[in-house]
Write a protein that binds this ligand. Structure first.
Ligand code: NDP
Length: 403
């Protein structure tokens, strides 16, 4: 039985705490730390009510490495599971190295002053983690995370060579609010408004944000949605680790209403990340916007509909061209009934728990810094089926008519 310290008591942190509590054989002790203690205690109360398990709660500013090291030394967890914000990644990796604790996160490091989603800052820790005999697993959410594992599973079981990858993330849910983001508004808007990059032959090609659109019909009656091409961090690691990939694209669904709000907010400067002076104080417009937007963690009660996220993979098997579509569909209402969160937090928190479980059970534990596709996908895929995110494979290409 192992001990885990979860950092971050937001929408995703809540799901991770609830899901870890469902697996007492692996997660013998659970601790939760975040900047606002009350959020930790609210989650702990819900976990106790739903599973009967007690988790300890702690107040922590994870930007302070020494504070985190002190907490790690006090609690002595086997693994730190980081579901705070990407800004904390490097501070938490430093703290793990100092205290001798394994590390996992769901989003790659971003410097606060520039919206750049790149792995090089974290890959640079490879030697230090390897030498310390510690394992860091990067991007164990859904996308990145499950999408990486879907791709490596396709490579292992369905293809001799993968040539093309389209990752399609559809949220067919409705939260009943005029405008809200699916996860942390600041991180979400930085990601969506960044220039698009997709992989063509052997380099990333840049195009304006959200300038390429397709229609996409999801399986199982989830519906038909407008999807927009954008950059997403798993393309960087997948194109590095799957050398036969000639083209990789990421698509996300947005409603007309969402895009109209975003356009207006951008036009008036509310999505800017450079500080402005307001009444003698420096404020970042996007941080202020986050403060007035709905908290995604609170949207669970009112959100209905389903998410559909998957990978369309094309390539060669036995000399023949083929395509497969590997996807998961999650229902917002069912997720809320199980853990009190909507499906976007759920689909991120469950893979974080599974990644942690495989590390703690020594199945995915090697010294160094790793992306999800570098480990054997099979145990992860098995856990998805048993832990709430069942998947389906179709021998079809749902984007064929759109290409
Ligand atoms: P939230 O904003 O709901 O939660 C973030 C939590 O981190 C909050 O509780 C916040 O505390 C805490 N936090 C922020 N800064 C610090 C700090 N310096 N020290 C300690 N705690 C801090 O975000 P989400 O739960 O929606 O997202 C969590 C993470 O999951 C993000 O990194 C996001 O990018 C990632 N994600 C990954 C996805 C994937 O599929 N891979 C999909 C969706 C999200 P406070 O409440 O006090 O502000």
């Amino acid at each position: 039985m192992k001990k885990v310290l979860i950092i971050g008591a937001g929408g995703v942190g809540s799901v991770v705490a609830h899901k870890c509590a469902q697996h007492p054989d692996t997660f013998g002790e659970i601790a939760l730390a975040s900047r606002t203690l009350q959020k930790c205690t609210d989650i702990a109360d819900s976990v106790q009510e739903r599973s009967g398990r007690k988790i300890s709660t702690h107040c922590l500013d994870a930007d302070g490495v020494s504070q985190t090291v002190a907490l790690l030394r006090e609690l002595q967890p086997d693994l730190l599971l980081n579901v705070a914000l990407p800004y904390q990644d490097l501070h938490l990796m430093d703290a793990c190295l100092e205290a001798g604790v394994h590390y996992l996160d769901t989003a790659n490091y971003e410097p606060p002053e520039v919206a750049k989603f790149e792995y090089h800052w974290q890959w640079a820790y490879q030697e230090r983690f390897a030498q310390a005999g510690l394992c860091a697993l990067l991007g164990s959410g859904f996308d990145p995370g499950v999408t990486n594992v879907f791709t490596s599973y396709a490579a292992k079981h369905h293809f001799d060579e993968i040539h093309e990858l389209d990752i399609v993330d559809v949220n067919g849910g409705d939260h009943g609010r005029a405008f809200a983001t699916n996860f942390n508004p600041e991180i979400n808007i930085r990601e969506i408004t960044a220039p698009c990059r997709h992989w063509e032959e052997d380099a990333f090609v840049e195009t304006p944000a959200l300038s390429t659109k397709r229609m996409f019909t999801c399986p199982e009656g989830v519906g038909t949605y407008s999807i927009y091409r954008m950059y997403h961090e798993e393309m960087e690691s997948l194109t590095r680790h799957l050398s036969t990939l000639r083209r990789a694209q990421f698509w996300m669904s947005f409603s007309e209403n969402y895009l109209k709000h975003l356009e207006v907010l951008q036009n008036v400067g509310m999505t800017a990340i450079e500080p402005v002076t307001y009444e003698g104080k420096q404020i970042v417009p996007l941080k202020f916007l986050k403060a007035v937007l709905p908290n995604p963690g609170d949207l669970g009660k009112t959100t209905t509909g389903r998410t559909c996220i998957g990978c369309i993979v094309r390539g060669l098997k036995d000399g023949q061209q083929k395509a497969i579509y590997l996807y998961n569909i999650s229902d917002h209402t069912q997720c809320f009934e199980e853990v009190g969160s909507q499906a976007v937090s759920y689909t991120t928190g469950v893979p974080a728990m599974i990644g942690a479980k495989l590390m703690l059970e020594d199945k995915w534990l090697q010294p160094g810094v790793w992306n999800m596709e570098q480990f054997d996908p099979d145990p992860f895929m098995d856990h998805l089926n048993t832990c709430g995110l069942p998947w389906t494979i179709l021998e079809t290409d749902p984007l064929l008519s759109e290409r």
